[in-house]
Design a protein. Sequence first.
Lengths: 388, 248
Amino acid sequence: MNFQRVFSLVEKDLKRMIREPATLFLIILFPVILTIAFGVSFGAIGGTQSTTYQLGVVNMDIAGPYQQWSQHFIGNLTDTEILKIQDYSSNETGQADLIQGKIQALLLIPEDFGQSCDSFWNAPTDPSLWVNTTLTLYLDSGSMFATQAIPPIIQEVLVATVYGTQPVPVPRPIQIGSPSLVQASKLTAFDYMAPGIFAYSAIFLTMTVAQSFTTDRENGLLRRINTTPTTSSEFMTGQAVSNMFAALIQVALVFAMAYVVGYRPNVNAATFTLAFVIMSIFALCNVGFGLITATLAKSSGAATGLAFIFIIPQMFLGTFVGAALSPSAQAAGKFVPSYYVTDALTSLFLRGAPVSSPKILLDLLVVSISSVIALLSGILLFRKYGKT
Amino acid sequence: MNETAIVIDKLTKKFEDVTAVDGLSLEVEKGELFGLLGPNGAGKTTTINVLCCIFEPTSGSVSVGGYDVRREPENVKELIGVCPQDTAVFSYLTGRENIELFGNLHTMPKEKLKKNTDELLERMGLSEDAKRRVGKYSGGMRRRINLIMALVHDPEIAFLDEPTVGMDPQSRRAVWDFIKDLKKQNKTVILTTHFMEEAEELCDRVGIIDYGKLIALGAPEQLKAKFGAKNLEEVFIQLTGRRIREEL
């Protein structure tokens, strides 16, 4: 491997990112605009100012020895200050207001909610003794923001109510803290979305890589480079390095913009470093997807469209959007790499999990394996079918 | 490097059921300026692409600078410089950056790269525009940059595929002078062109190919004498005009 060649190819690609308006928009301006737009929309601007959502609650667990759990849960929902709780006596009355747009979501707490929580506390290591139950959530399908923002907030409050606020990297009940120590009240909807936004912006590298390769191919530049002593591995290393660099710039910019609009996660340097490592590895995955797209596409125009084969699933199933999807769609999300990126960043930034926690390391492992597979597949396919 | 720069022996190149080059045999001496002529679709560019290791031969053998293009492409690529028929430049880079990129891909030392770049830009009249992005260049300027990119690393063997297409007469003359200088430096040059005047002016020998086969080979003067023609264009028309007549 000759580093003079690799360096010159990296330099060329970085100049392209800066000088070509379409690429500059996708890599730099799009994430910045996205972050600011979401920051403004979801209440991060100003730090203490929060967007609020009307949440209707039907609490069916109002009798019996375990009712305090549901009361804790509702109290914690109220304390978020993002959610304005409105009590309903029945599902029907709540549904009526939801249909009329008076509330943006309706939550049904089942009769056995408290019993379920209690069963966990009595036998935290023996799932066979737990009483399983399900909360039912109805969302206003006409409100895009509500469908995206409310589910992760409720999920977070539910986790804090049942498990406490200590990081729970794996089911380890011994670390569970007091249900009353809910910190969610200091967070805005944007705080829940920010990890997904980091992953979201990097997904579009797939398109820029595909466009870059197909344009160079159309213009005879790949063929021309192929007449020089440059090896395929040097060429691909150049691509990988420049796109990883682009991903790092994206994350830094998104984080800076998020900070500007009021995002203040309580994290340290190690957390930041790991977040950047995860995003760099994820960038390689998108380079691989970009190469596969470039192999399939006959022209740069076609590459733009085909890139969405990889962008759409990653965007909808694996970023902040995923929380609003159906259970089956959420399960499908586990098959896209961006899900694990968002999950890892959420654990780091939102849940405060330490960098060495098994859950984070598992996410990192999945992202790494996915990236290696995508990149190798992309390189092999492009070398065999995509160069000419 | 051997005294024979290029040896093509019974080269055939097929694309599915189309035979682009059909049993071509040819030798080019070191320091020779060889013209490869032929009508559109005759197989000139395919032959060049095989010589540059872009396409693998379907059959036959090809060696460039003593290295087999199939077995030793890395060695071949160290020796050659390729100016493609269609201008292949990075429009978002400046003229200088395009040239330096290809110099770096040939791992040129930094100082020599700068010296060669400055000289070539000066000779091609592009010094003042070197810092402008190529996307803003005129067609003729892009073609000149295209040529410089092929030659900046001082290759032993240069493949120039229709290097003067789209150039104004002054630029074309400048490129001719430049190509003549390459010959003076004992470089081997393979030139494809549709301009018979250009081939007559520059080439030591020309090979005319049609339907992928070599149909004439010799110095321009020899061919003119052999076919009783006033110039090379007449020779070319005599040998290849039939295709156009048939198509009409």
